[in-house]
Design a binder for this molecule. Structure first.
Ligand SMILES: Nc1ncnc2c1ncn2[C@@H]1O[C@H](COP(=O)(O)OP(=O)(O)O)[C@@H](O)[C@H]1O
Ligand SMILES: [Mg+2]
Length: 329
């Protein structure tokens, strides 16, 4: 449904502010998202997950690359065509306390995208608001209330109801459960799963925490300094990570929140490099325990790994392609 090829996004370095360094936020990212599928983008803060998602869905402009929606090139749409395209995509953000306007009632919040994207009249909008609130597990009795009367989990249900209102094909959930306690988080993840089974919506699920994606994602793409360093089916990436960065991320997740791998708390040493001065070679080489000489010189290209998917690492033999790839993309 959505195909992204060699997407890059740079910030800064404009004519107006010459001193500002150019930030290479996203570098040559490619992926696709199918109908009814959940693709997780994971990686540390600043790795370019939000920027990738927003650019892929034309919420911000890519510096280069191609974006196709149902086979049609939407990379350079503008004006009314772009507005029309955007109705396919809705977002749910991390902070349920700041993402809902405190001066609006719940029915106004959920009805807002219906004003923008549909021709429904007042009664039609009201019907749809009640319907999506129920889908999100909230009773119609809350219609006239304000967000501050709700808990974090209920607010995230409101945000999900709003995202569902226009019946989008894709919902970007950007750290949507990261601020919630564990039991509320699981309730929201289950809700999202049920909604997907009912409506066939696709999720681009963004998280810095690998532990939360296992429950929901069919496929995982791991980002590091603006690049996808590994991707594949969730089972393969969790069960047999091929990139040292993925391995390190998995080790940093408490074992209870993972389905397969995990060896207790572990903090990945060091910091990611500065995206305004990206290193030569593999972006991870400075923190990689397995780095060899070539890693600081040459950027590894993605190679197919046994069990499906790819990893951009010099230690993955290029000949692994011989293995039949089953799951993943
Ligand atoms: N509007 C912006 N202007 C300048 N730099 C930005 C902007 N948005 C993001 N960045 C930078 O781009 C990089 C990637 O950011 P982001 O996509 O938000 O990462 P993530 O979502 O993985 O935390 C970071 O270095 C961030 O500081
Ligand atoms: Mg982000």
């Amino acid at each position: 449904m959505l195909e992204v090829e060699q997407l890059s996004v740079r910030f800064g370095g404009s004519r107006l502010r010459r001193r500002k360094p150019i930030i290479h936020a996203v570098n040559g990212v490619s992926f696709q998202l199918d109908r009814g599928e959940t693709l997780a983008l994971v990686g540390e803060s600043g790795s370019g997950k939000s920027t990738t998602a927003r650019a892929a869905l034309r919420l911000l402009r890519a510096t280069s690359g191609t974006i196709r929606w149902l086979g049609r090139d939407v990379t350079t749409l503008t004006g009314s065509q772009l507005r029309e395209h955007r109705r396919h995509v809705q977002m749910v953000f991390q902070d349920p306390y700041s993402s809902l306007d405190p001066s609006m009632t719940i029915d106004e919040i959920v009805a807002e995208p219906l004003y923008v994207h549909t021709k429904l009249d007042r009664a039609g909008r009201r019907d749809r608001v009640v319907q999506v609130l129920e889908m999100a597990g909230l009773s119609a009795q809350y219609l006239g209330r304000y967000p501050q009367e709700f808990s974090g989990g209920q607010r995230q249900r409101v945000a999900i109801a709003r995202a569902l209102a226009t019946d989008p094909e894709v919902i970007i959930a950007d750290e949507a459960v990261s601020a919630l306690d564990v039991s509320t988080r699981n309730q929201i993840l289950n809700l999202m799963k049920d909604l997907q089974a009912e409506s066939g919506v696709s999720y681009l699920f963004i998280s810095h925490d690998l532990g939360v994606v296992g429950h929901l994602a069919h496929r995982v793409a791991v980002m590091y300094l603006g690049s996808i360093v590994e991707e594949g089916s969730t089972a393969r990436v969790f069960g047999a990570p091929a990139h040292p960065y993925t391995e390190a991320l998995l080790k940093s997740v408490p074992s209870t929140s993972l389905t397969q791998q995990g060896t207790g708390r572990f903090r990945l040493a060091g910091e990611p490099p500065d995206p305004s001065r990206p290193p030569t070679g593999c972006p991870f080489h400075g923190r990689c325990a397995k780095a060899i000489d070539i890693c600081s010189v040459e950027m590894p290209s993605p190679r197919p790994v046994p069990g499906g998917g790819t990893a951009a690492c010099h230690l993955v033999p290029v000949t692994a392609a011989a293995q039949p790839a089953t799951a993943g993309g």
